[in-house]
Each structure stands twice: as C-alpha cells, then as structure tokens.
Design a protein around this ligand. Structure first.
Ligand SMILES: [Zn+2]
Length: 295
C-alpha cells in the first residue's frame, strides 16, 4: 500500500508473517473473547503481520522497523511458523535497494522489529548490517534498557540484531522526552516516546505540515486493530497501566486529528482510522471508523 503525506511518499510493506500465542498477545483478555477476533490454531497461536515502512522524504530514504529477518532456521525461533521474504522482494515495488536507504528508525529493539536489520555474510560465518549506508536511530532509553533488560525481556532483546551496525558506527542515539509530544528526527518524520510496552519505544509520526491527514506508525503501542480497546493489551507489556494511559491519550489525538494509524502486526489490516463514540464503555470510547478508514 502506498500513501502520500505532504511531500512524503510512504509504502507500507509486508516483510512476512508469524504466529504467537494468542493469550500472550491479549494479556488480561479471556480466550473466549479474543478467539472470536483471531482464531487460534491447535497450538493456541494466532497469525500476525510483520510490517515495515519505507519513507521517501526530501533528500532522504528511511525504513521504519524491519520485521524478524531471514537469519532464523526453518519456522523461526520457538516454532513461530515464521515466513519472511527477502529484502529485494519486499522493496521491489518501491524501486529502492538496501544500499539506497540512508536512515533506519528502530521503534524499539525487540527481535520482531529489528531482526531484519542484520543478515549472514555470504560465507555464513558472521552477521552484517542489511542497510550498509544507513544511520540507525534508536532512543537512548531503549538502547540502555535493551542491553540490560532483566529476565522478563531478555528473550526479546537479542544483541545479534544490533551489534553489527552499532559496531560499524551506524548507531544514532536520540533522546526523546516522555512528554507525549513528538519531536522531529527528519523532515516530516517525527517520533514520540512511549514507555508502557517497553522503555523508550518510539511511535513514528509522518507529517504533512498540516494537522490533518497525517499518519502514524503505531508499533507495539497498538499492534493490531483489536488493541484499540482500552484493556486489550499484550501480556508482554512491561508497564500495563502506563500503556493504558498512553493509549488513551494517543487514541484521543488520533480521533481528533483523523490520523491514519498503521498497524505493524495486524494480520489483515495495515491501516485504520478511529473515531470517538458517544458512550463510555469498559473498552473505552474509541472505535474504528466504520467507513473502513482508508485514506
Ligand atoms: Zn515489542
């Protein structure tokens, strides 16, 4: 899917698909409810997408997140039923090759967001950066946390996904205040900080210069369309109560400004828009716009 926001050209691209335990994806929510939305297989796994963005802005080409990548064995780690496409195929509709990418924005360093940033060398003995020329932007808080995450998140933060490009001088750390206000990284490309899912996640805003018509790459603040309900968070979330407050504030803004919300992990839907409902229910007062929300 291709979008135009101001002078930004944006492609939403599928890097592949995988499956994760449905209970882990929906935290508090009973299986009887979430299984009506996404049917689990015999191993209780639900299908999930792995999307990346390619952004062509004034004078730059950027990637936002990179999926899980292809350096896993068959089926991926822990039997995730992973299928990943090679970068040449993922980027084909854009006319861009990995060598053309100047900037990589890593929303956070969980393996399903940055696994695709490193690959095996031809002889298979070492790992190298996929985007050899690109600066890789990571928030300082997420970088610090990723390298010492503690037992709860140590399986998700794997240094083979960042060491090759950090070692080659391609790491660009950025301090983003937890104010709720996005700050600019590149022309038209802004990031706000979110600490609920993990520390220092960056939510990427693509802006036209007007308050309306912008789009936001929601990463794990809102991984699928079903997570717009207030209490539908992931079991993985580090600070569920913080996430709930961040999500409420974010979705209010999204409804008010008519943002297009890009969903990284939704298996079927890449983009939604939301609106406020009149009644406050237990799931919050935000719903997906019934017109389909296409831009
Ligand atoms: Zn994550």
């Amino acid at each position: 899917m291709k979008l135009q926001v101001g002078d930004l050209e944006i492609w939403i691209l599928e890097t592949g698909y995988f499956r994760l335990d449905g209970g882990a994806m929906f935290g508090l929510i009973p299986r009887t409810l979430w299984s009506q939305k996404l049917a689990p297989d015999e191993q209780n796994r639900i299908p999930l997408g792995l999307r990346t963005l390619l952004v062509k802005g004034p004078g730059y080409t950027a990637i936002v997140d990179a999926g899980m990548g292809s350096k896993w064995g068959a089926g991926g780690p822990k039997n995730f039923d992973l299928s990943v496409r090679p970068w040449s195929e993922i980027l084909a509709p854009t006319g861009v090759s990995p060598q053309d990418v100047d900037h990589v924005i890593a929303t956070h360093l969980h393996f399903d967001h940055v696994g695709g940033l490193t690959e095996f060398s031809e002889d298979g003995t070492s790992l190298r950066p996929v985007f050899e020329r690109a600066e890789h932007w990571v928030s300082q808080r997420n970088w610090d946390f990723a390298r010492d995450p503690g037992p709860r998140e140590s399986a998700s933060y794997r240094s083979e996904n960042w060491e090759p490009w950090a070692r080659s001088g391609q790491l660009r750390l950025v301090d983003i205040a937890l104010s709720g206000d996005p700050q600019p990284l590149l022309p038209g490309l802004w990031a706000e900080a979110s600490d609920g899912h993990t520390l220092g996640q960056m939510i990427v805003h693509l802006r036209s210069g007007r308050s309306e018509g912008n789009v936001v790459f929601c990463a794990d603040l809102l991984p699928t369309q079903y997570h717009i309900k207030e209490t539908w968070g992931m079991g993985f979330d580090l600070q569920p109560q913080v996430l709930l407050q961040e999500k409420r504030r974010f979705l209010e803004s999204a409804a008010r400004h008519d943002w297009g919300l890009i969903l990284e992990h939704d298996p079927t839907r890449a983009l939604i828009r939301v609106e406020k409902t009149n009644s406050e229910s237990r799931g919050g007062n935000i719903q997906i716009r019934p017109d389909g929300g296409h831009l």
